[in-house]
Ligand binder design. Sequence first.
Ligand code: ADP
Length: 490
Amino acid sequence: MILVIDDSPENIFSLKKILELHNLEVDTALSGEEGLKKVLKFTYALIILDVQMPGMDGFEVAEAITGYSKAKDTPIIFLSALSIDKKYITRGYASGAVDYITKPVDADILMLKVKTFLKLYEQTRELNQIQQALREEIEYKNQAQSELRERVQELRSILESIPQIAFTAKSNGKIEFVNQHWFNYGQLESEFPPTHPEDKSIIEEWNNTIATGQPLTMEVRFKKRRSEDYRWHLLKALPVKEDDMIVKWVGTFTDIEEQKQSEQKKDEFISIASHELKTPLTSIKAYLQLLQRSIEPTGNNVVVNYLQRTQVQIEKLHHLITDLLDISKIESGKLKFNKKLFDLNPVIQSVVETIRQTNEGCKVLIKSNADVQVFGDSERIEQVVINYLTNALKYSPDSKEVELETFILNNKEVRVNIKDNGIGIPKEKQAHIFQKFYRAEDSSSRFQGLGIGLYICAEIIKRHDGKYGVQSEQGKGSVFYFTIPIVHNN
Ligand code: ADP
């Protein structure tokens, strides 16, 4: 919009006509004072200002306009009589005006100047906008940077105050900060402390972590500086993300030496105790059988019945001790497998028969959809099926019906599902039940057990390149499953 300030209505009329002919919007004021009021209220792209006016003259109006911050960049074209004095011209420029036009107005010259100034005004406005946006961006960046600095400082103070060794690294894995505990083991800030030659390479694991962006958990032994002692540490490193992008890594090493030692002592104890228990138990089993054979011909059914019950309990004890022995074998890497090709169905049939005999009143329904051969240790696979089935019956106090289903997946592996209608497992506990000694506490008070059966099953299945798991709903029942690769006859 263009503002025309002139005390002569005829002048205003003709100027307005010329400008409107060129599709320009025009506002008018008949005195300097009225013009000023309008400038205060509205924004104009250009002001055409008559110099000689009664009251405030054009120069006074221009001076006042250039004093308003809102209008200081608005160009002004003065309209003046032909014979204008030089001193007025200088005054006009000093008051911020940008050009003159003499009266009577030549429409072509007026339009040339108006268009030039409008263009200039538009460009200045755009420049100002860009400048403003840049200023805001710089301010925002400065603020973000200072916030980041504060956060980094805060994080470093926290990392200094914890008892663990702690570090932060850039997104590319380069270590950028380490706390004081680091130097009990490491000499350089930029390198991980030296680890035991038998442990996994920390650099390899670290590079892999950076490449995949996945959190890292590993156990390593660090050598204390100026000593030959190695101590076990648990490394945990997590990515810090902003807008889903990894911006840095935070890691800690927790000293787990004592925990490791007591675990080792416990494993040694389990190993020795289970070995020592197994020898007398084998003798007890043998003597019981002899006793049973010598009593049976006498027809003393009461004693025979007691002996049979004793045998069932001895069998349970035997399983427990075997499981404990297996655990210590797993720990020491000595769990051996006698792998051969075998048919899966007969193995399953025989396990189910045993279960039916030893669990009075139970119903095990077999749905076999896979007549396959697998390569593995049939006794160990049997052990897994027994464990799953025994658990299915044990954790189903109100229903003794269990279903065992086998089927082939993608022509590559066979899957065995064992489904019960028992107490089920809460969602948050399902991920843990294959861990050593883990028992869901709601069931542990009601049912006896050590929490090692599933751990052994998991190990056996892993060693057969298979998968294992559970699908369960609390109060409704569970489906425990495992898979093993099948072998095609040809
Ligand atoms: P245990 O039965 O001796 O405790 P397991 O390793 O066989 O040890 O099982 C671990 C835990 O998993 C059990 O304590 C129990 O909480 C849960 N669990 C296993 N099987 C079932 C099942 N069929 N139904 C419900 N919970 C089960």
